[in-house]
Design a binder for this molecule. Structure first.
Ligand SMILES: [Fe+2]
Length: 355
């Protein structure tokens, strides 16, 4: 009896051990199948918040089988998060809506160089980092949008001119907290030097129709309602307004024209949305596949058609709307050089009281 019990105990023990074994294998299987159904994935930290991007990532997964895990947040928050996560950060790539934040991410050691030179050849050198830590994905032109009822385009010429007394109480522009304005200011420091840039900023503050508030679209809407005459805006917002589902927004856009400043000298200021590979990434090859996909001709065209940004690839044909706004001279000063002036730009904003 005792032997039986002992035997029974031994059998039970074996069964329990076997069960643990089977369950263990099952649990491990579940873990892997649950976590990586496609085995391969890229974790994208993105400061771009457009539905068009999500559709592109879905297409990438359908074409390659590589899953995209998208984390969207404010770019500064994403950079802070990458810093906190350190070398264990799950981020594979960082996408931003401004070159300045890629420069900062590089300086903080959060990026690693892109190795595939063929990818980078698709992008003009002034739109990417000299050491290949980041590249532009799309171009944005920061232009003057004017109310057609109150401004004759012959009145318009340069960013510098917006600081002259003829524009007193007529300029609409958002806050200096905005990355697009910071990069524009840095480009003006790069072009004119700090003293002249400060005089310009002071002139623009004097000419503001109201205290800076709202986003780019809000400036054009304020102009439509008669609060001011000319706004400093990225062109794609005019594309978004013109194609809005809201009839009022379409009407606002139709009341306005786009003017590309500084065509007689350095050209219109260009910023990018761009991408870099996280220094913590163990998936560099997959990250480069994603970058190659986003820079490919059909995807460049799609980005341009859906979000009205300019393609960085010189081979991509512009969609009809962008063609209708006309070709223009771009300020091709290297974005990395422009961003060396970012700190000075911030000091200037503070000194002149550009909120
Ligand atoms: Fe934007």
């Amino acid at each position: 009896m005792l032997t039986f019990v002992v035997n029974l105990g031994t059998t039970m023990k074996k069964s329990i051990i076997s069960l643990i074994g089977y369950f263990g294998v099952f649990i491990i299987f579940l873990f892997f199948s649950g976590c990586t159904p496609h085995a391969e994935h890229v974790n994208v930290y993105s400061g771009r918040h457009y539905q068009a991007d999500e559709e592109l990532f879905r297409q990438f997964t359908a074409e390659t089988g590589i899953r995209v895990n998208l984390i969207k947040a404010d770019t500064d928050q994403l950079i802070n998060r990458m810093e906190l996560e350190g070398s264990s950060s799950p981020a594979d790539v960082l996408i931003t809506a401004d070159a300045g934040r890629l420069v900062i991410a590089k300086e903080k050691g959060l990026l690693q160089p892109i190795s595939d030179e063929t990818l980078l050849q698709l992008v003009p050198s002034w739109l990417r980092d000299a050491d290949n830590y980041w590249t532009g994905l799309t171009k944005r032109a920061r232009v003057i949008v004017y109310n057609k009822d109150r401004v004759d385009p012959s009145e318009l010429s340069t960013y510098e001119d917006l600081a002259t007394p003829s524009w007193r109480d007529r300029i609409l522009v958002r806050s200096s907290q905005n990355h697009y304005n910071q990069t524009l200011m840095a480009s003006i420091v790069a072009a004119l030097g700090a003293d002249a840039a400060e005089a310009w900023a002071q002139g623009v503050v004097n000419n503001m129709a109201r205290r800076p508030q709202g986003n780019d679209r809000d400036q054009v809407k304020a102009s439509a309602s008669g609060l001011g005459d000319a706004s400093i805006v990225n062109t794609y917002y005019m594309g978004l307004l013109l194609n809005s589902t809201n009839a009022e927004e379409r009407q606002v856009a139709r009341q306005h024209g786009i003017f590309f400043p500084n065509q007689g000298d350095r050209g219109t200021h260009i910023n990018i949305s761009g991408i870099g590979i996280a220094s913590s990434s163990q998936n560099k090859e997959l990250a480069e596949l994603l970058i190659g996909y986003l820079l490919s001709e059909p995807v460049q065209r799609q980005l341009s058609e859906q979000n009205y940004e300019y393609p960085v690839s010189t081979e991509t044909e512009w969609p009809k709307l962008l063609q209708s706004w006309g070709r223009f001279k771009e300020d091709t000063t290297s974005l990395a050089h422009i961003h060396a002036q970012l700190q000075e730009a911030m000091f200037i904003f503070n000194r002149v009281g550009w909120e």
